[in-house]
Design a protein around this ligand. Structure first.
Ligand code: SDX
Length: 428
């Protein structure tokens, strides 16, 4: 409901626009009637000041470095929750009872296998195909197999599709890795945890039993939770926009995967590790800091900066701690981690980064951990997509069940040629 109004004066006329308040965070100026009242659009490329929807799922306070999922702080969830618990929380709005958690986990485990014909789908790709290319293709193709869960007007079908997507992403991602290294696919083993199942499908081989390392399993659990959802980021907004046309859930998630792939978004974890490897040793850090500050140089510190966080990304803190744990557990002293920590220290003392409020984000340390565990850099964004599927699915369900939902159709500021008549080619 509108608590107050904002007054807009345009030329000789003034207009009152309702101001709406949420449970926490900035108020919004409701401009839904602006064009009808004023004949003018707002203009906000990149949506830096635009709220696209009402949501109850995730709240971020970028100045305080706060991230809440249905009100629960991310560091508490990362410390105490399983990924299934967080998935249930994001989908249903509250932490599950033990029975609810058992039922949800059982339901998800019933969907971990892929339709057998989909495994031949992989053979159509080159072995060196980027795993994100495979994920886009295979997830989009799920709508060709699971016709009984594509009717978005049926809440039951929506929930089955949601469960299928959450359950099958680890299998699809692990198969993409296996295909790239020429090893056979492993079927899911449902007596393992969601994360343990994924680790076994990725690193296990049919020739011998696979023991899940509890420290690695715990690290992956945290990493999945840290990537689960993040309000209306680019890929989630893509999923919502695709869903607003009534597209089936598999097509919507495939659209989200495509958007996440970009290096400014989910692709930053792969780019950040490649950057750290290129820097190679602490003595070369000043050269890269100078490049990041140079307006003429397109180079940016990958894994640094954020549209919303103008303070520490709370996920980056947990990620740094997890990196230390994994490297200690595996007895790895990775020089790349030393470069990352040194780079962070130098950047955070540099006026350019301080003035522009650039801090490490979730992608800065994740590559160090994933590389230590044994994932190739090309798999990093696929792991981000695996985890973010839970958030995408929760946000898609929230949008579809919103009675006010309508197709998303932004307008524009047109600066092209005004009307002119066709000129036949012989007179051009
Ligand atoms: C994710 O939205 C989400 O929530 C995303 C995410 C999620 O969970 O879904 O959190 C995941 O995508 C994290 C971000 C991963 N991307 C990177 O690490 C790539 C490097 N960072 C940037 O490209 C950038 O910081 C963005 C894209 C993350 C944010 O860009 P904005 O908000 O559009 O800010 P901007 O590009 O306008 O930058 C503001 C200023 C600019 O300088 P001026 O033009 O004002 O002089 O800061 C500078 C930029 O040049 N700047 C950087 C920088 N990031 C911004 N300079 C050097 N290195 C950087 N990394």
């Amino acid at each position: 409901m509108a608590d107050t109004n904002a007054r807009l004066t345009l030329g000789e006329k003034s207009f009152d626009l309702p101001v709406l308040s949420g449970s926490v965070g900035p108020d919004v100026i409701d401009i839904r009637k602006l064009y009808a009242q004023t004949g003018a659009f707002t203009y906000d490329p990149g949506y830096t000041s635009t709220g696209s929807c009402e949501s109850e799922i995730t709240y971020i306070d970028g100045d305080q470095g706060i991230l809440l999922h249905r009100g629960y702080p991310i560091d508490q969830l990362a410390e105490h929750s399983t990924f299934m618990e967080v998935a249930y929380l994001l989908l249903n709005g509250d932490l599950p009872s033990q029975d609810e958690l058992n039922n949800f986990t059982y339901t998800i485990s019933r969907h971990t296998m892929l339709h057998e014909q989909l495994s031949t789908f992989y053979r159509g790709f080159r072995r060196d195909a980027h795993p994100m290319a495979i994920m886009c293709g295979v997830v989009g193709a799920l709508s060709a197999f699971y016709h009984d869960s594509t009717d978005i007007t049926d809440p039951k079908q929506r929930m089955i599709a949601s469960h299928r997507l959450i359950a099958k992403m680890p299998t699809i991602a692990a198969m993409a890795y296996k295909y790239s290294v020429g090893q056979p696919f492993l079927y899911p083993q449902n007596n393992l945890s969601y994360t343990g199942n994924f680790l076994r499908m990725t690193f296990g081989v049919p020739a011998e039993p696979y023991e899940v390392n509890p420290v690695i399993e715990n690290a992956m659990r945290r990493i999945f939770i840290l990537h689960a959802d993040h309000e209306q980021n680019a890929s989630t907004s893509t999923v919502r926009l695709a869903g607003s046309s009534g597209a089936n859930p598999f097509a919507c998630i495939a659209a989200g995967i495509a958007c996440l792939w970009g290096p400014a978004h989910g692709g930053a974890n792969e780019a950040a590790l490649n950057m750290l490897r290129e820097i190679g040793r602490p003595e070369r850090i000043p050269e890269y800091i100078a490049r990041a500050k140079d307006k003429e140089d397109p180079f940016r510190l990958m894994g640094f900066g954020h549209r919303v966080y103008k303070n520490f990304d709370p996920r980056a803190k947990v990620m740094q701690r997890t990196a230390e744990e994994v490297l200690n557990e595996l007895g790895i002293s990775d020089p790349i981690f030393d470069v990352a920590r040194e780079l962070e220290q130098i950047a955070l003392k540099d006026d350019y980064f301080i003035e522009k409020k650039l801090y490490p984000n979730v992608d800065f340390y994740s590559g160090v951990i994933l590389s230590a565990i044994g994932f190739p850099t090309s798999m990093f964004t696929a792991l981000f997509a695996l985890a973010r599927t839970v958030g995408w699915v929760a946000q898609w369900n929230e949008m579809i069940s919103d009675p006010d939902q309508k197709i998303g159709r932004p307008r524009q500021l047109y600066t092209g040629p005004t009307q002119r008549d066709y000129v036949p080619v012989e007179r051009r």
